[in-house]
Design a protein around this ligand. Structure first.
Ligand code: M6P
Ligand code: ZN
Length: 191
């Protein structure tokens, strides 16, 4: 039938977290994440001393329409801003009733989720762990390891990304390194 897309094949490199091939690549630097970390001064000093790529997303190109599934890998590099581990910006879906699935591929991390009603939930990620993010839950991922943390993602192609409310409120909890260990604490700046 005309208009039907051909199937796509891709391979996840379980060591590097790369998805091959990929058509879209997003790289976010610390300078793209102003205001998202607890320690603004620590962020400013890293940005001034040359900035740093925090994470990259490698994505297959599919039509951004209902019925299609975006699939990609995300690689978060190791590092901290003050005590806070490198993490993604985090977002609600523009269509809030759209869900998402993560599969841990390499390294260790957390996915932190919250609803607008103030519920919060964390899933510890490592290779093989599947996290289901139901509709209405915002999500952010955090690299708590000394090496890369990579995961594979699938979500409805019409979901969209809404960063606005996360930029304003943050998440209710933070994952910080305390005495050399990842520690979940309340976010003093929440709301
Ligand atoms: C995962 C998915 C993507 C998202 C990416 C980076 O791969 O959730 O939709 O774009 O992580 O996260 P963010 O968009 O919040 O920066
Ligand atoms: Zn999402």
């Amino acid at each position: 039938m005309e208009g039907i897309m051909d199937p796509l094949e891709s391979v996840i490199d379980f060591k590097s977290g790369l998805l091959k091939p990929f058509e879209n690549k997003v790289a976010r630097k610390l300078s793209d994440m102003q205001g998202m970390y607890l320690d603004d001064k620590a962020l400013e000093s890293i940005v001034n001393s040359g900035d740093d790529v925090v994470y990259k997303v490698f994505e297959r190109k599919v039509p951004l329409e209902e019925g299609h599934l975006v699939h990609s890998t995300t690689v978060i590099y190791p590092g901290k801003v003050g005590e806070e581990y490198y993490m993604t910006k985090g977002h609600f879906h523009t269509k809030e009733d759209r869900s998402e699935l993560y599969l841990g591929v390499q390294g260790e991390g957390y996915v932190i989720m919250q609803t607008k009603e103030g519920k919060v939930s964390l899933i510890r990620m490592k290779p093989g762990v599947v996290a289901y993010i139901p509709p209405y839950w915002a999500h952010r991922t955090i690299n708590i390891g000394k090496n890369i943390f990579a995961f594979f993602t699938v979500y409805p192609a019409d979901a969209g990304h809404n960063y606005g409310s996360i930029e304003e409120t943050g998440f209710p909890k933070l994952v910080l390194e305390k005495d050399g260990r990842p520690t979940i604490v309340d976010n003093p700046n929440y709301r």
